[in-house]
Design a protein around this ligand. Structure first.
Ligand SMILES: [Zn+2]
Length: 268
């Protein structure tokens, strides 16, 4: 039986202001940060945790985030560098449905999509201040079609009919793959822990914690549904890391990301 392998797939970068990264603390000014997907080769199948952003979507709806993404940094491009096709992915897990975490879902036409029940509900019914976060609804064509501004033609959408499986609570979804509820940034946010044979568990915070500095300062980002729950989730991640002797992998941390191994290299 093959051992689990984890590949980090570089998804390019975006820019936001420092006051958004460190809420009410800053300093202000442009912060360019990475986005990435996590591919897990597991004996039960291939999983992808988050799928990055879609460059055309960001250019169209949030051009001020100044996306930089090469062909190799798209989901199809990154998979191709590993000799894989989008159809080879069995499961997509979305930490949440902000545009920079689900933009590549539409390419994964064979995959079953796993997410928190509350997140799926929120994505189609968000608060007014969350509208840019939830602006890319291509992960859910039915919702996308109901959006006020119709989508530009996109061949990827013609063959994409996702199946959703919603979850609640902390869950071991496959042996050694754990989802932990970390709400606050959004209604139904999940972080992921992967247990591996040859190293400490990897705990992917997703947007419950953008960077090591956010954790060190116990400072949340400005994009949140519930800031108090967000702070609680930061504490929760810290406790989980200590309890499982897990290494924290942050979602949008240029400094930490520079030290991570990226595909085709992998963790095992
Ligand atoms: Zn994000």
């Amino acid at each position: 039986m093959a051992d689990t392998k984890v590949y980090l797939l570089d998804g390019g970068t975006l820019v936001i202001d420092g006051y958004h990264v460190f809420w009410n603390r800053g300093p202000g000014g442009e912060v360019r940060f990475p986005c990435y997907a996590v591919l897990i080769e597991h004996k039960d199948g291939r999983y992808i945790f988050d799928t990055g952003y879609d460059h055309a979507h960001v250019q169209r709806v949030l051009p001020f985030e100044k996306p930089i993404q090469t062909r190799e940094q798209t989901i199809p491009g990154a998979l191709a560098t590993l000799g894989l096709k989008p159809q080879d992915i069995d499961y997509v897990i979305n930490s949440h449905y902000h545009f920079d975490h689900c933009g590549g879902n539409k390419h994964l036409t064979k995959a079953c999509t796993l997410c928190h029940a509350k997140e799926l509900e929120a994505s189609g019914n968000c608060q007014p201040f969350e509208h840019l976060g939830y602006s890319d609804l291509t992960f859910h064509p039915e919702l996308a079609r109901k959006q006020k501004n119709p989508l530009p033609p996109d061949p990827a959408m013609d063959i994409y009919t996702p199946r959703f499986e919603t979850l609640k609570g902390d869950q071991e979804i496959a042996k050694g793959l754990w989802l932990f509820e970390t709400p606050g940034h959004t209604a139904g946010h999940y972080s992921l822990m992967v247990e591996l044979k040859g190293r400490r568990p990897m705990l992917f915070t997703a947007d419950a914690c953008y960077s090591k500095k956010n954790m060190d300062l116990m400072c949340i980002s400005s994009f949140h549904l519930d800031p108090v729950a967000s702070v609680k989730s930061l504490h929760c991640l810290k406790e989980l890391a200590a309890k499982h002797d897990a290494e924290l992998f942050y979602s949008h941390d240029a400094e930490s990301f520079a030290t991570y191994q990226k595909g085709p290299a992998y963790y095992a």
